[in-house]
Design a protein around this ligand. Structure first.
Ligand SMILES: [Zn+2]
Length: 181
């Protein structure tokens, strides 16, 4: 009898989001990636581009939601958003206003996450949209990418290659990584 391989759908899409995060890493951006999926079809993918666009708001989720809401649909109830790191307050707000149906993310962001870490706006009863939420998909890989990125940056900063530029304050993966240089 032939073995039947059943792929975990969430892992499949999250791995695509991780590929986006790797692209960000290659571009010296904070390695966070995301994909937008509808009816098991990939609609869009993106990664953080705050440096390239010189725009502190150019988060992976925001880039996709902005584009699709502007060009195609006002509300995205039938879309699933996969993102490697817990969304921030801005992106969580966008998830509510765009009415994204499902949010799947990898690792929590203890310093800036708005889906349980610092705030939990998606479960706030004050709002009238509450997406389904799944966390921890490919968590270790997502976390490792971020940790390695900041470790490398710290080494380069100690060596005088890069200046402290405030990026660390925007992402919560530095405080657990040993002493500050
Ligand atoms: Zn964000």
């Amino acid at each position: 009898m032939a073995a039947i391989f059943i792929m975990n759908t969430h892992e499949y899409w999250m791995k695509l989001a991780l590929k986006e995060a790797e692209k960000a890493l290659m571009e010296n951006e904070i390695p966070i990636g995301a994909v937008l999926v509808k009816n098991d079809v990939l609609i869009m993918s993106a990664h953080n581009r705050t440096r390239q666009l010189n725009n502190s708001l150019a988060h992976a989720e925001k880039l996709m939601i902005d584009e699709i809401v502007a060009s195609q649909k006002k509300f995205l109830n039938d879309y699933s958003l996969y993102v490697t790191i817990e969304p921030c307050l801005m992106c969580a707000g966008m998830i509510i206003w765009a009415r994204i149906g499902k949010l799947i993310f990898g690792a929590y962001d203890q310093k800036a996450g708005a889906v349980g870490s610092v705030y939990n706006v998606l479960l706030d009863k004050s709002f009238n949209h509450h997406p389904k939420i799944i966390s921890g998909v490919c968590e270790d890989q997502a976390k490792l990418l971020i940790q390695n990125f900041f470790q490398q940056r710290r080494k380069r900063r100690v060596a005088g290659v890069v200046e402290r530029d405030g990026l660390e304050n925007r992402c919560g993966f530095t405080s657990t990584q040993g002493s500050n240089p």
